[in-house]
Design a protein around this ligand. Structure first.
Ligand code: HEM
Length: 138
């Protein structure tokens, strides 16, 4: 349940950070922009920890252990929950981490916003593509 509700926070913040970077291309990079990127990074890392903890207790993992890799990969919804969702979410959080670290090293305000836009934007697309939407809204 925590993972399910925390996901709203991750998505809202990530979306807000991407839109902020998109609309700020020609603006001055301020403290609030740094805090926004950092907050999104922290919240997504917390989601990673919750997700990893939940993974090994989840019904999806139980079936995976019982049925084996072959059966899981043949079933699209089992594959999404056991393989695609965790791997792609970890990849997205890696993108956010790279983006945050790279943007800090940029020397111009425009380059900082562009770096955030690229990496956080990529993470957002990856996350949106592999959320178990049907299960989330059920
Ligand atoms: C940005 C990161 C992530 C987001 C936004 C996210 C979001 C979600 C959402 C919305 C659901 C559906 C919740 C529901 O059923 O109500 C879900 C389920 C799940 N997620 Fe994540 N997740 C993330 C990362 C991870 C990671 C890193 C792992 C594991 C390594 C993970 C493991 C799981 C598992 C095991 C389920 C449930 C499967 C089941 O109920 O059988 N998630 N996630």
């Amino acid at each position: 349940m925590v993972h399910s509700y925390w996901a709203y926070l991750v998505l809202a913040l990530l979306l807000f950070t991407v839109i902020n970077a998109l609309l700020s291309a020609k603006k001055e990079y301020k403290d609030k922009d740094l805090r926004l990127g950092l907050f999104t990074l922290i919240v997504s890392h917390i989601q990673l920890v919750i997700g990893l903890g939940w993974y090994f207790m989840s019904p999806a993992f139980k079936h995976f252990k019982e049925d084996g890799m072959g059966a899981t990969m043949k079933d699209a919804s089992a594959r999404l929950l056991t393989v695609e969702h965790p791997i792609m979410m970890i990849l997205a959080i890696i993108f956010i981490t790279i983006g945050f670290s790279k943007h800090k090293k940029q020397t111009t305000d425009a380059a900082k916003f562009k770096t955030i836009l690229m990496w956080y934007g990529l993470a957002l697309l990856v996350i949106l593509s592999r959320i178990p939407w049907g299960q989330w809204f059920n």
